[in-house]
Design a protein around this ligand. Structure first.
Ligand SMILES: NC(=O)c1ccc[n+]([C@@H]2O[C@H](COP(=O)([O-])OP(=O)(O)OC[C@H]3O[C@@H](n4cnc5c(N)ncnc54)[C@H](OP(=O)(O)O)[C@@H]3O)[C@@H](O)[C@H]2O)c1
Length: 274
């Protein structure tokens, strides 16, 4: 998907990765539609970016998400790009993980991107295509004690994205997933519960602009899975890539009925007949 002259909705645009992505896309000629709850932050960004508009939105409210997409369609007549970026951390060990906190973060990190995808895909299909980028986390691809709740929400987002990518392929709507590592934003100060791991970090935090560059690459390339980096690194499920083991793989093609293997995999009634 070409970014120049496209119309792009970015959620969580009031800070961090979302704000950096909005700046980058607007700089490359997109008309950006900025969504988050803090209207003052969005308005400040709109003042910086030509062609931008703000639609204050709590993405956990499906009615507000519907309104966001309607406003975009009313003003621009189309939506080419959706960046599902709004999200929150929940960094507590399993025994301390409160159900209410997990439900709230699940609403934000999983249900909201799902509802947003459902809201834009009909228009994208009618236009002949579109690009959706879901911002996940590298923590969903490896096991990090203390991050079970947060990582579970992002793993759920990964699967919705992977399956949606297959379901939407015939309408040229590409779903990509970007997996940031630790990034220098307000994220670690606004966790739903818990705290960032103590002690020295093994590597420095990425700047949000680097994640934004990876999101732009996802839009342009349509790659399914991208680790953040310069250059961004595509990951193929089932490959030798050290991060690939955390990704679900497609079902293998069903072997032909009648052979030895097929007899074992066929439904019992058909298997018995061979
Ligand atoms: N920073 C990291 O280390 C890191 C690592 C891996 C993945 N990520 C992911 O990257 C994404 C962006 O996070 P960030 O690092 O840029 O953190 P951030 O600076 O805290 O930004 C989070 C954004 O989400 C928005 N948001 C939160 N709740 C919302 C709601 N109910 N409705 C609408 N918007 C909401 C916030 O805006 P308002 O408060 O104004 O609504 C804010 O713009 C998240 O999905 C996060 O899980 C971050």
């Amino acid at each position: 998907m070409e970014i120049d002259r496209s119309v792009a909705i970015v959620t969580g645009a009031s800070s961090g990765i979302g704000a950096a992505t909005a700046r980058l896309l607007a700089g490359r000629g997109a008309r950006v539609v900025l969504a988050a709850r803090r209207a003052d932050r969005l308005e400040a960004l709109v003042a910086e970016l030509p062609g931008a508009m703000a639609v204050p939105t709590d993405v956990t409210d499906p009615a507000q998400l519907g309104h966001l997409v309607e406003r975009c369609l009313d003003v621009h007549g189309r939506v080419d790009i959706l960046v599902n970026n709004a999200g929150q951390g929940l960094h507590v060990p399993i025994l301390e993980l409160r159900a209410d906190d997990l439900r709230a973060v699940f609403e934000l990190n999983v249900i909201a991107p799902l509802v947003a995808m459902q809201a834009v895909v009909p228009s994208m299909r009618a236009q002949g295509g579109g690009a959706i980028v879901n911002v996940s986390s590298a923590t969903s691809l490896r096991l990090f004690p203390g991050l079970g709740g947060y990582s579970a929400t992002k793993a759920a987002l990964n699967l919705l994205s992977q399956i949606g990518r297959i379901e939407f392929a015939d309408s040229r709507v590409a779903i990509s997933v970007v997996y940031p590592s630790v990034t220098e934003t307000e994220f670690h100060q606004s966790l739903r519960a818990g705290h960032f791991a103590d002690g020295p970090r093994r590597f420095p935090a990425d700047p949000p602009e680097l994640v934004a560059t990876t999101i732009a690459f996802a839009i342009e390339s349509g790659e399914a899975h991208l680790m953040v980096g310069d250059p961004p690194r595509p990951v193929v499920p089932g490959s030798d890539d050290p991060w690939a083991g955390g990704l679900a793989r497609p079902m293998p093609a069903r072997p032909a009925w009648g052979g030895g293997t097929a007899a074992q995999t066929a439904p019992p009634d058909q298997g018995a007949a061979t």
